[in-house]
Each structure stands twice: as C-alpha cells, then as structure tokens.
Design a protein around this ligand. Structure first.
Ligand SMILES: *Cc1c(COP(=O)(O)O)cnc(C)c1O
Length: 407
C-alpha cells in the first residue's frame, strides 16, 4: 500500500485547466482573477470584504499591521496553534500572552482569558486571536462580549475552518470568517488546508475602513485613490498650476509589503472553492467513521465526538503511548502528525519567560495528541486500514499486559 499522510490536497483536471487558462491570460498577477476569487470567497463565508494575500502568515501580519499593534501592546492567543497565530504579534513588536485551552474542545479557554483580563488593569491588553483549531468553530459571540467589555479587537484565525460554523445564542449559524463578531479573520490556502493554492491566504472582514487599509498594506502601502492623496496635484504633475492628478500618480502612504497572490493561484483557489462543500461532506463522513470505530475504546479520546459545524481540517485523538502508536503507524506507511507542540514552549517563546507548567491543559494535550489522516480523497479502504492498525496496536499492548490507564 502507498503511504497515507495526515492531510493532502485534491487537484482535479478542472483545477489544472483553470490554472492553464490563467497562464494564457494577460495578467499573471494583479489581474481580474484576484477580485473574482475574493468575491467568491467572501460569498462563501458570508462576509462583505475579502483580501487575497500570498499566504496565511502574511494575512496575519497584515491584520496586526492594520490594527496597529505596536511595542507595549499585549495580545492573547492559544498555545495550541501554528506558531504564525502568535508570531504576527511579534512582527509588530507586540507581546504575546498565552492562555490555556479547554481540555474538551482544545480551543482557547474563554475563562482563562477572562481571568487574565480581570486580574490586570483595564487597557493592559489590546486584542485576542482565537483559533478555530482543527476546524472546530470558536464561539465568537461570547468572545465578542468579553472583548467589548475590555475594548479589545478580535482576529479569528480560521485557517482550519472554511465552511465551519457555530450556532449563536439565537440559534443562527455563524460561519467562520463571516466577520459578524471578529474584526478580521484569516485563512490559509496551503495544500494541507481545505482549499489549496500552493501558497495563499485570505483576510475577511465587514469593516470597510480596515478593508481599504489592508488593500494598501498588501501592496507596499501604496494608494492610487485620488481622494486619499496627500501631496498636491501641482507636486504630482510637476506643473505649478495643475489642479488634477496625472494618470501615473500614486502615493506610498504607509510602510506596506508585497503580499500579493498571483492570478494563476487565484484561479486555482476559485476552482477549488467550487468543491469546498463537497470536501466538507467527505471530511465529516471520515470523522464520523473514526468516531464510531473508536467509541467505547477507553484508550482513545477525541475532540468531544462529532460536533455540528466542525470543518474537520484535522481529526485529533488523544492516546496513551502516543510515540508507540505514531511509530507503529509509520511502520505501516501511515504518517500521522502532532498538532501542535505548544507555542509557549518553543525556544523562541521561552526567552520571554514561558515555561513548563504554565498551561497544564495545553501541555497534557501535547503529551497525548495525534492527528489521523483526514482529507477528502482518503478512501474508505485506506481509512479502514488506518483504524485497523490503531486497534491492532492497542490489542498488542493489551495482550502483553501493558497497563494503559483510562483517560
Ligand atoms: C496554516 C496556518 C497558518 C499559516 O498559514 P500559511 O499559509 O502556512 O502561512 C496560520 N495559522 C494556522 C492555525 C494555520 O494552520
């Protein structure tokens, strides 16, 4: 049998045709396919504005720039996430403050966040970056209430959750990245994520001002909008009596970056987006099969069973003897993965004083977590093989009378 990764992209002939068509077009970058992808993605997640960028990390960086994170600012996030969720604060010189996770959902624990806020003078913190970890939507309605109480902004890291949702207090589905509660949300189009562009990312928002600011920051901080110009038309035209700006004129008004996506990547993203819902259905089917196979097995704990609105970027289990299972799976060509090594214990973050014992639930989770193969093209037969190998592993251990404590 060929090897089975924990996640992988699904590229169809239709996707390839879309990219080829884009390569034949007039614009390889800064062309019409960017706006098309943005508009379709905004509709998909139910938001007003979308800004396509070169990757998810660039999306996070532009968000912290647009929200004017600066030295002395403190921003709260979860230690169980990809490092970029925290790093974006550091790019702007801000301070990352971690808070523990909820041991059942694996998401940033709102009570831990509330405690941080309650035990510091008002104005200590500027923002919160909750993460829809593994594809499970954060209850942003509650986070918004808390953020409003303390005057904080919210960036939703929705990299794992396009198409995911939670139900708000009125029972209304709130899709990840819809901008209803968070000021800004971000997505990644890395091949292991739901929608693959190779590299790529998106920012979504309902805030028109932030939208225009983000557009500028994506392209060097350059504005081409006449209404925004700060220099005079006379200067711009280099003609003392000129009253209108010449066609070539533009202004660099902020220190921005080149974080653009190319048109052929956008074409791939747009094509992938047409199959996003189909992919979600398959992911949910795979999750259900795992949950059924492991139900009643005391040595495996999941992310609280099957949850409505979960986008299942990852299927995470917690097990005893994780290293043994990981190696046994590898021997059988199954490449499970660990998401994530707690951010606060990365050498880079330890230098700020974070240490073992700071976040007991996140650290306990790290001792046991394992992400199983989860992607739309994982066949039923392959998944059954994965399940079989896992159950075999624990049968072997049990028959050798190795004690596996009940979680
Ligand atoms: C993938 C990911 C990112 C970064 O996205 P890139 O496109 O790889 O830069 C950020 N946050 C989370 C939670 C991710 O999974």
């Amino acid at each position: 049998m060929h090897s089975i990764p924990y996640g992988r992209q699904h590229i169809t002939e239709q996707d390839i045709a879309a990219v080829v068509e884009a390569l034949h077009a007039d614009y390889l970058t800064q062309g019409p396919r960017i706006a098309e992808f943005e508009a379709k993605f905004a509709t998909y997640v139910g938001t007003q504005y979308a800004i396509a960028v070169s990757n998810g990390t660039a999306a996070l960086h532009l968000c912290t720039l647009a929200l004017e994170v600066a030295p002395g600012h403190k921003v709260i996030t979860t230690p169980i996430t990809f490092a970029a969720s925290a790093n974006c604060v550091r790019y702007c010189g801000g301070e990352v403050v971690f808070a523990d996770i909820d041991p059942d959902t694996y998401l940033l624990d709102i009570d831990s966040v509330r405690q941080l806020l309650q035990t510091s003078p008002k104005g200590t913190y500027q923002g919160i970056i909750p993460v829809d970890f593994a594809g499970r939507a954060v209850d942003l309605e509650t986070f918004r209430q808390l953020a409003d109480e303390y005057g904080l902004w919210l960036i939703e890291d929705a990299c794992h959750a396009p198409g995911g949702y939670f139900e708000d207090g009125q029972g209304v589905r709130q899709y990840c990245g819809n901008g209803r509660f968070a000021d800004l949300a971000i997505f990644s189009f890395h091949p292991v994520k739901h929608i693959a562009c190779g590299e790529g990312g998106m920012i979504t928002t309902n805030d028109e001002q932030l939208y225009h600011k983000l557009l500028r920051l994506r392209t060097h901080g350059i504005s081409r909008e006449v209404g925004s110009f700060q220099n005079s038309p006379a200067f711009a035209a280099a003609a003392p009596h000129a009253e209108i700006y010449p066609g070539w004129y533009m202004e660099m008004q902020n220190l921005g970056f080149n974080y653009r996506l190319t048109d052929f990547q956008a074409a791939l993203g747009t094509s992938q987006l047409t199959r996003a819902d189909e992919g979600l259905v398959k992911r949910r089917r795979i999750a259900t099969k795992y949950a059924e196979a492991f139900s009643g097995k005391p040595f495996i704990k999941g992310q609280s069973g099957i949850v409505e609105g979960h986008a299942y970027h990852l299927y995470v289990i917690e097990v005893e003897n994780r290293i043994g299972l990981y190696d046994f799976l590898r021997e059988h060509g199954i490449f499970a993965q660990v998401h994530y090594i707690p951010c606060h214990l990365m050498p880079y973050y330890r230098q700020f004083g974070w240490k073992e014992g700071d976040f007991p639930y996140a650290e306990l989770y790290y001792q046991k977590c394992l992400s199983l193969p989860m992607y739309p093209t994982l066949s039923e037969q392959e998944q059954e093989f994965v399940i079989q190998i896992i159950l075999d592993y624990y049968d072997r251990i049990n028959s050798r009378n190795i004690h596996i404590p009940i979680l």
